[in-house]
Design a protein around this ligand. Structure first.
Ligand SMILES: *Cc1c(COP(=O)(O)O)cnc(C)c1O
Length: 397
């Protein structure tokens, strides 16, 4: 007990990786822009180069600022090791290309992030990796495809933009039984709401650009998992050179100190707004896993500590043009493609998550053209609801 007790997420978000003083007794993590790290003692240099003692050689491999960021997310996700990249897509492509070879098979779902979907439909087939994308709502179909054999089972939950929920414990079990490595994009949930490794996954991926950084001012990506898996991803990325820069790492680190505070507020705001929208006669449908009406609510209750800050909705009788009109009237929402920031952000999937797809492809994925994706910020919920209500009431009038 005492100082050995397991610390809560809010404490780790502040302290993990930072429970010591830095160079010159700095209390805050220095931004080390140096490309290389010099050694007067050749034996010491060799030891560091061989990995026999801690230290840095060259910033494409490791960097002190970047390492602190990796340590903080490692602790929050409860893994043995972590490695980062220049963006979320950077870490996703590093993970896939380092773990796969021609002839391998990947099983995933239709609802992954748009860029990830492009990896599955375009870039992996180009190097002779076979990809099967299952209906996101059909766990039996996913299990059946996994049982046919695959190298990677790739999951994302909640999904973008219809906020569907996958059962991570159940699907990780299926992946393990088939000898697959289970990858989970945990960007939407954040480690505050969900820890995929504890549910049986092998590798957790994040677009740190979103909730981890939280202020929409730095791109970054990170993977957390076993030492062995992270070594595989790291040794590929140090050669490919897809690295997070120290300034980006610092900005994300600074954002992460308030991760628990922000996400708890966003969970509460999103639930309140989802309930308000569900009860409003001007709204046809609301997608939010915290609502009892959501098909994934039961699974979400089991595997998530909070339901997250992402929701989407369709206004009654809405067309794409109606959605655009409503979006243009919102005062408390940036109309932009990102998500997970302190300010509320809204947009239609046609210009955000699924800009890579055609209208027909979006329809096939069950994404209504009139859908509005709403990334709830940390503002006051009453102000956000008043902003939404102004337009919904006008539509009914
Ligand atoms: C944004 C996002 C990504 C890609 O991250 P970038 O940092 O933009 O490259 C991957 N997955 C999810 C779920 C995302 O929202």
């Amino acid at each position: 007990m005492g100082q050995d007790r397991k610390r809560a997420m809010g404490t780790e978000a502040v302290w993990a990786g930072e429970d010591r003083l830095f160079e010159g007794n700095a209390t805050q993590v220095p931004v080390v822009h140096s490309v290389s790290f010099g050694y007067d003692d050749m034996d010491e240099w060799m030891d560091v180069a061989l990995g026999n003692r801690p230290g840095h050689i060259y910033s494409r491999n490791t960097n002190p600022t970047v390492s602190v960021f990796e340590e903080k997310i490692r602790v929050l996700e409860g893994g043995e090791a972590a490695t980062s990249a220049s963006s979320g897509m950077g870490i996703i492509s590093n993970a896939l290309f380092s773990l796969l070879a021609p002839g391998d098979r990947v099983v995933s779902v239709k609802d992954t992030y748009g860029g990830t979907n492009r990896m599955f439909t375009e870039f992996l087939p180009r190097v002779k990796v076979d990809v099967t994308l299952c209906d996101t709502m059909d766990h039996e179909a996913i299990e059946a495809e996994v049982a046919r054999g695959c190298k990677i089972l790739y999951l994302e939950t909640p999904t973008n933009p219809t906020i569907r929920i996958l059962d991570l414990e159940r699907l990780s079990r299926a992946g393990k039984a088939a000898g697959a490595t289970v990858l989970v994009d945990n960007t939407f949930a954040t480690p505050i709401n969900q820890n995929p490794l504890a549910l049986g996954a092998d590798l957790v991926l994040h677009s740190a650009t979103k909730y981890l950084g939280g202020h929409a001012d730095a791109l970054g990506g990170v993977a957390v998992g076993s030492r062995e898996l992270i070594k595989t991803v790291y040794s590929y990325r140090e050669i490919v050179g897809n690295v997070l820069d120290p300034m980006g790492a610092y900005l994300i680190l600074r954002g992460m100190k308030t991760l628990a505070l922000r996400v708890e507020r966003q969970n509460a705001n999103a639930l309140e707004i989802a309930r308000f929208l569900e009860g409003h006669p001007g709204v046809e449908r609301v997608f939010y896993p915290g609502l009892e009406s959501h098909p994934g609510h039961g699974i979400a209750r089991r595997q998530m500590r909070g339901f997250g800050g992402m929701l989407s909705f369709v206004a009654r009788g809405g067309t794409y043009e109606d959605a655009c009109r409503m979006l243009s009237r919102l005062r408390l929402a940036k109309r932009a493609a990102n998500l997970g920031a302190v300010e509320t952000i809204a947009g239609p999937p046609a210009t955000t998550s699924h800009v890579e797809c055609t209208r027909e492809e979006r329809a096939a994925m069950g994404i209504p053209e009139s859908l509005i994706r709403y990334s709830v910020g940390i503002e006051d919920a009453a102000d956000l609801m008043a902003d939404l209500m102004a337009d919904l009431d006008r539509a009914l009038a």
